[in-house]
Design a protein around this ligand. Structure first.
Ligand SMILES: [Zn+2]
Length: 334
């Protein structure tokens, strides 16, 4: 395949990941092997919808040099490890997919998976935690690859899926999410809100929006289940720690209290029995917050049911939130 076509495949997969909800915002990254010495990888912190074929970084892992208009993704070392360990792998996708992230936290020793599915995934393994972009994380994922697993759960973070080509890698990511969704059995029962509650939610949102026009409800099964029975959710996943912070508290269904909390700097709150309400800096931000709150609830319900701790360290949370805010304000300022 020509370089031009390979570039196109990488940027197309980036957009597909957003569409299929396997990542939010600029999280995750995609790469493809170009030749025996190089691979092409998505740039660090660039919006997938705006990433053009020529924006990709051409990376040489042997001497750690790159060319292109943007810095390569900070997780390039993980991609390099996959190409190094597996000669047959030509495509690597790193996702933050919800259900697989939850299973990565709660454990997959008793995963209900058929032999056929296991084979299609090319084997699975768990990589222990390391902060994003660190050699600790890269080494953990490398060790997981060395077990022969082509699909690796990155604890507290996401997934890395490899394949002989784009199709195989993408199919693995989607299949994994199906398997993990089926295995997330602790999501509560289907919550159908009665008319009274639904009306109340409309009233609350109208009042909150008077001050915070970009606020919106997150009305998934997991958020409703979690909000009904829990006062606080501690961050278990890196992207929540970065974008939301170390915890999400549950508040009463009271627009005044919600507005006060938003004014204090909270951007996501569970509202007792009703799900969650989020408030972003723009529409994309609000949407991404919704995805993260739902994923946080899915994971927390799962780890709670399996009596697994899963909480990120306080200091790591602080550090990630700080780094994210620095990076984000820089991006917003161009
Ligand atoms: Zn990531």
């Amino acid at each position: 395949m020509e370089e031009r076509e390979i570039r196109k495949e990488v940027t197309e997969v980036g957009r597909q990941l957003l569409k299929d909800g396997l990542v939010a915002r600029t999280w995750g990254n995609v790469s493809a092997r170009l030749d025996s010495q190089h691979f092409l990888i998505t740039p660090s912190g660039l919006d997938y919808m705006q990433t053009k074929d020529e924006d990709l970084a051409l990376y040489n892992p042997a001497d750690k040099t790159w060319t292109g208009p943007h810095k390569p993704s900070s997780e390039k070392g993980i991609h390099a490890a996959a190409y190094d360990i597996f000669p047959e792998v030509n495509f690597v996708i790193h996702t933050h997919q919800s259900y697989a992230s939850a299973i990565g936290l709660a454990g997959f020793d008793s995963l209900d998976i058929s032999d056929e599915e296991s084979k299609l995934l090319g084997g699975i393994a768990l990589a222990e935690y390391g902060l994003p972009g660190t050699s600790k994380l890269k080494n953990a994922v490398t060790s997981a690859f060395k077990t022969g697993a082509h699909t690796v759960f990155m604890k507290h973070h996401g997934l890395v899926v490899t394949g002989a080509d784009r199709q195989e890698a993408y199919k693995r990511a989607m299949l994994l999410e199906d398997i993990c969704k089926r295995n997330c059995k602790a999501q509560g029962t289907e919550n159908v809100l009665d008319d009274n509650t639904a009306n109340k939610k409309d009233v609350i949102l109208d009042e909150v929006r008077a001050k915070y026009p970009l606020a919106d409800w997150v009305e998934t099964q997991a958020t409703i289940s979690w909000s009904a029975n829990n006062d606080k959710l501690f961050a278990q996943l890196d992207d929540m720690a970065q974008m939301i912070g170390k915890e999400i508290i549950t508040v009463e269904p009271d627009p005044a209290e919600i507005s006060v909390r938003f004014a204090q700097g909270y951007n996501a709150l569970f509202v007792k029995g009703m799900g969650a309400i989020v408030y972003g800096m723009d529409e994309d931000d609000t949407e991404a917050l919704g995805i993260l709150v739902d994923k946080a609830a899915v994971s927390a319900l799962q780890t709670k049911a399996y009596k697994v701790g899963g909480r990120l360290g306080w200091f790591d949370c602080k550090l990630m939130r700080f780094v994210y805010q620095q990076k984000y304000s820089k991006q917003k300022n161009g």
